[in-house]
Design a binder for this molecule. Structure first.
Ligand SMILES: Nc1nc2c(ncn2[C@@H]2O[C@H](COP(=O)(O)OP(=O)(O)O)[C@@H](O)[C@H]2O)c(=O)[nH]1
Ligand SMILES: [Mg+2]
Ligand SMILES: [Zn+2]
Length: 299
């Protein structure tokens, strides 16, 4: 029996990377009956098929994480990618002007899916971006400072990616493709916009794709990451998605405190003391309002 990792769905089959190279594999047995549904990032067990060319996916290993998205106009969730180790949220220090609320949203998506996250602060040749870096570090995130143009920080980025399955996300224009190409020529093309366009032509729903890295590990390209990951979150779970709020949550007067208006709220008290950034709390309030107005799964 061969083990492999699923890189992409390809029509009725899957592209699977094995220690012997890439193979095509189709679903077999219990897995064919949809248990579980195989997605990009799954570690699978393969049997050789009688034709000697394709393999059969006989079993799926237990997942360490699973990113899901809502089924359009339907019920429940559809798995998108499995076993993601980390989410790296890229921002530029300048050009385009950073949008801290967007960073917070993407980081909350990672937290909501219980996936570790870090920030990449790119274009430090244009502006050091230290105020933004400190804001994110105070919130509990590692910040990797990079410049795709000069190569500064690329060793740290390479080390962060090595051997892991990562999602690299962020606003367009911040330098994601440039950073990936600087690490590995052509990598920005194998992920991102171009592959998304190709995939859209091939399938009606855009799916994820995983690209092996020369340093070991994989990049996962999941179109619409920010929409994918937030939908299942209960409003009361949102505060836990802000790491700097977590040690405070047991100290609020009311166990069901929304951290917006209640007296004796430890989070707002920390904001007033300057220990929690006011604009992080503002991001929390914005996302909470959004979750509270979102239709429930069964509606
Ligand atoms: N000055 C500067 N420009 C950069 C840097 N990284 C990327 N860029 C430029 O920013 C623009 C957008 O980069 P791109 O990689 O396409 O961003 P993406 O949309 O996130 O993939 C391009 O013109 C790049 O040349 C950087 O570190 N410094
Ligand atoms: Mg790009
Ligand atoms: Zn509170």
């Amino acid at each position: 029996m061969v083990t492999g990792v699923v890189l992409e769905r390809d029509g009725g089959a899957y592209r699977v990377l094995t220690p012997q190279g890439e193979v095509r594999a189709v679903l077999r047995g219990k897995v064919k009956r949809g248990q579980p549904k195989v997605v990009v990032g799954d570690r699978v067990r393969l049997d050789a098929e009688s034709d000697g060319e394709t393999f059969g996916i006989a079993a799926v290993d237990e997942r360490t994480s699973l990113l899901e998205r809502r089924v359009p106009e339907g019920r429940g969730a559809r798995p998108v990618a499995a076993n993601i180790d980390q989410v790296l949220v890229v921002t530029a220090s300048k050009d385009p002007e950073p949008i801290p609320q967007l960073l917070d949203r993407l980081l909350v998506v990672a937290e909501a899916n219980e996936i570790p996250a870090a920030v990449i602060l790119n274009k430090i040749d244009l502006d050091g971006g230290e105020a933004l870096a400190r804001r994110m570090e105070r919130a509990g995130y590692a910040v990797i400072r990079t410049c795709a143009r000069t190569g500064a920080g690329l060793d740290a980025l390479r080390a962060a990616l090595a051997g892991k399955e990562s999602v690299v996300t962020g606003d367009s224009g911040v330098g994601k493709s440039s950073l990936l190409n600087a690490l590995e020529p052509g990598l920005g093309l194998r992920t991102g916009e171009l592959s998304a366009r190709l995939r859209r032509g091939k399938q009606t729903t855009v799916s994820a794709v995983m690209v092996p890295l020369a340093v070991g590990g994989f990049l996962v390209d999941t179109p619409g990451f920010s929409e994918v990951g937030l939908w299942g979150l209960e409003p009361r779970e949102l505060a836990r998605c802000f790491p700097e709020f977590r040690p405070l949550l047991d100290s609020c007067r009311y166990a069901d405190c929304s951290h917006i208006h209640e007296p004796g709220c430890a989070v707002r008290a920390a904001v007033e003391r300057g220990e929690v950034a006011a604009d992080r709390h503002a991001s929390y309030a914005t996302l909470l309002a959004e979750l509270n107005s979102a239709p429930k799964e069964w509606e």
